[in-house]
Every structure is written in structure tokens, then in C-alpha cells.
Design a protein around this ligand. Structure first.
Ligand code: ZN
Length: 190
């Protein structure tokens, strides 16, 4: 991450909007923003699949579901935050692999902490689960508020829900319904 380059860019933005980039309140802003960006975009430096360390599932073949994983991301179109909750479910394959619950949380953070689209974030998480665990099925639901809808443009806030549904969650309606009931969201037909 090139902090110097980010700082130069932020100073140009301040000058571009007609501010005095050297006045007291702003003179340290480019450096502060650069440090903040290196933090909120830290996920760029990690591979989502490699954060999922695995262990044998033994006989466990039931659904594993982790819900209400909070995250903060940045919309890549406007560099404004979107934030909310992710819900992840998977069913290990027979004799397959499982992972620790903290790894699922870490997966969400790594995928969220980069310039992002909610749709891509959702499918990237599902792809990583499939690649790392080769499960019978994976289901990812993300609900988020986007500041680029509230602060600009239509200036209206709405919660956006995206889903990625793989394997048995796609082919078996009862299994999918069970996951959605546990997540406590009604199936919307998306
Ligand atoms: Zn946006």
C-alpha cells in the first residue's frame, strides 16, 4: 500500500473542492486518510480461500450456520461505505472438511475490506467456501445499507439483500428453507 501516493491524491481532492489543504484542520488529513485506507482496504493483501483452514468433518454432516457477522466495506463506484451483516451456511460433504467459526468471520472481513460490490462480495464468499471445503452446499446472504444511496443520488435509504446459493441449497428447497428460517429471513424468490 503506497501511503504517500494516497496522501497526494487526498490533497488534490481537497484542492479540487476549493479547500485550503494547508489550513489547520486539514493539513494532517491526507496522511490520516491514507492510514485509514490502508486499514479499510487491508483485505486486498489476503487471499479469501487461504484464510479458511480446514479440519476433517468426521461424521458431522449437518448444516453449519453462522449468522449476523457484521462487516464494513466500501462501494467501489463511489468509495462510500456500505455495511451490514453476512450470514453463511454450509453442509460438509461426507468425510469432507469443516472450518473454525472464527475463520468464517475472517473470510467475511477479508472479502469486505477492499473496494467492493455487494453482489461480488456475496459470490466471492460462496466461491471461497466451495473451493476450500468442497461442501454439499453453501449459502451466503448479505444485507447492507449503502451510504452512496443515502448521501447522494436518490438520497433514500434501503436495505439491499444479496444471496449466493450453491449445491444442495440450490437443488433442495427444504434445506434452503431451513437455512433461511435459521437466518430468520423469508425467502424472497431472488
Ligand atoms: Zn456506490
Amino acid at each position: 500500500m503506497d501511503l504517500e501516493k494516497i496522501s497526494r491524491g487526498v490533497r488534490l481532492i481537497l484542492e479540487g473542492i476549493g479547500e485550503d489543504a494547508l489550513r489547520e484542520g486539514l493539513k494532517e488529513t491526507p496522511r490520516r486518510v491514507a492510514e485509514m485506507y490502508s486499514d479499510v482496504f487491508a483485505g486486498l493483501e489476503e487471499d479469501p480461500v487461504s484464510v479458511i483452514t480446514t479440519m476433517p468433518a468426521d461424521r458431522h454432516q449437518e448444516m453449519v450456520l453462522l449468522k449476523d457477522i457484521s462487516f464494513f466495506s466500501m462501494c467501489e463506484h463511489h468509495l462510500l461505505p456500505f455495511y451490514g451483516k453476512a450470514h453463511l451456511a454450509y453442509i460438509p460433504s461426507k468425510g469432507g472438511l469443516i472450518t473454525g467459526l472464527s475463520k468464517l468471520t475472517k473470510l467475511v472481513q477479508v472479502v469486505a475490506r477492499r473496494p467492493q460490490l455487494q453482489e461480488r462480495m456475496t459470490s466471492t464468499i460462496a466461491d471461497a467456501l466451495e473451493e476450500a471445503l468442497n461442501p454439499r452446499g453453501a449459502l451466503v446472504l448479505v444485507e447492507a445499507d449503502h451510504l452512496c444511496m443515502g448521501m447522494r443520488g436518490i438520497r433514500s435509504q434501503a436495505r439491499i439483500v444479496t444471496s449466493a446459493v450453491r449445491g444442495i441449497f440450490r437443488t433442495n428447497a427444504a434445506t434452503r428453507a431451513e437455512a433461511l428460517t435459521l437466518i430468520n429471513l423469508r425467502e424472497t424468490g431472488r
